[in-house]
Design a protein around this ligand. Structure first.
Ligand code: ABU
Length: 366
């Protein structure tokens, strides 16, 4: 029996990680939670079904290469067991005609120290996604006597979990930003809803983005579930589609964060960092004007990097501005091509989930 699971942040030395797989990935049909996430001018509007096979193969080639590079850098890599995602999700409360993928494990699994939590996700199409990770979690449970396996309260995702008049293609960008500023998002507070990728772990402190995929009730759940940790609600008023914190606010090492310059953390929420001498720097501009075809995410996947330790980071190989900035910030950069994987749910941080990093639960904000 060995210790397999331990990770309290995104920057201590990474030793074991899960890397997603694109097999059988689908574009899901629109549903209350996803409508808002697909930009109005996206070619994906109204389209659903299995993703073209050649795109799946290209994504898997880059995911496999990431796994190889991680292995060469001393990181053990596990892979999920994809389901046939091209099947409906039917529960007593809803039906949607397709699932999605298990490529971005970061959305589904949240590691807090010796514990992995299966998130309470708001997309109906992602209702069963955690099943792809069950063989791994079961193995960790068999082999690590200290591993704590948690499933957050399963949401029912009935109609009352969503604001049904929320999606409106006629609203302007300014109105969208006003909604973000007013913390007016598509989910209601009926039940606990969160994606794991909305949670930034910095030791004793969890910074959780309130947005399209995570509600206030989730923050309350974290507060009650983790009385020894400090829970901070954060929001980024410059983001018209706030979903996941890891292309917005990214830690590189203790004391250093890169922040998306279009989604700056408001002054009042910066105080805790400034009071503890943390530096928040604007992330470099993305190298690309547009995301690749059939991609849900923004060009800011440029900053969605995977930190291997306090001095080493994996960046997407074409993100020249971001790599140059990392270099100036004193990081050694390992470039890895990854844009073919973006459409399947994100970049290098999204595509992974921590299993083991060295280090413990430090208090960085005493
Ligand atoms: N999963 C991260 C996506 C964030 C963004 O689209 O900017």
């Amino acid at each position: 029996m060995a210790k397999i699971v331990n990770s309290w942040n995104d920057f201590d030395p990474l030793k074991h990680v899960i890397v997603g797989l694109a097999d059988h990935s689908c574009i899901p049909p629109e549903e209350p939670a996803t409508s808002e996430k697909v930009p109005i001018d996206s070619e994906m509007r109204g389209m659903w079904g299995p993703r073209p096979l050649e795109t799946v193969e290209k994504a898997n080639a880059q995911l496999d290469n990431l796994a190889k590079v991680l292995g060469e850098n001393g990181v053990t890599v596990d892979r999920p067991s994809p389901l046939q995602w091209n099947a409906p999700v039917i529960t007593p409360d809803f039906r949607t005609d397709s699932m999605m993928t298990c490529m971005p494990p970061r959305d589904t699994l949240l590691t807090i120290g010796p514990e992995i939590i299966e998130a309470a996700m708001s997309f109906r199409c992602r209702f069963w996604e955690y099943l792809a990770f069950r063989p791994l979690l079961n193995r960790y449970f068999n082999e690590d006597p200290e591993f704590i396996w948690t499933q957050a309260p399963r949401p029912r995702l009935t109609d009352i979990s969503y604001k049904h008049n929320y999606y409106d293609e006629r609203i302007s960008l300014e109105e969208r930003l006003e909604r973000t500023a007013n913390k007016d998002f598509v989910t209601t507070e009926e039940e606990i809803l969160f994606d794991a990728a909305d949670v930034l772990r910095i030791g004793k402190d969890l910074f959780i983005q309130h947005g399209l995929t995570t509600n206030r009730k989730a923050m309350e759940w974290f507060k009650r579930r983790y009385p020894d940790l400090r829970i901070h609600a954060v929001n980024f008023p410059g983001d018209p589609y706030p979903i996941h914190i890891d292309a917005t606010f990214v830690t590189l090492r203790p004391g250093l964060i890169i922040n998306n310059p279009q989604r700056r953390l408001p002054e009042d929420q910066r105080k805790i960092f400034e009071a503890n001498d943390w530096q928040i720097v604007d992330a470099a501009q993305p190298a690309h004007k547009n995301p690749p075809p059939l991609c849900y995410s923004s060009v800011w996947l440029s900053m969605n990097c995977l930190v291997l330790d306090h001095k080493t980071v994996i960046c997407e190989a074409s993100e020249v501005n971001q790599m140059e900035q990392m270099d100036k910030l004193g990081m050694n950069v390992i470039p890895v091509p990854f844009r073919d994987a973006y459409p399947f749910g994100g970049a290098l941080h999204c595509a992974t989930a921590d299993v083991y990093r060295e280090g413990g639960c430090e208090d960085y904000f005493p």
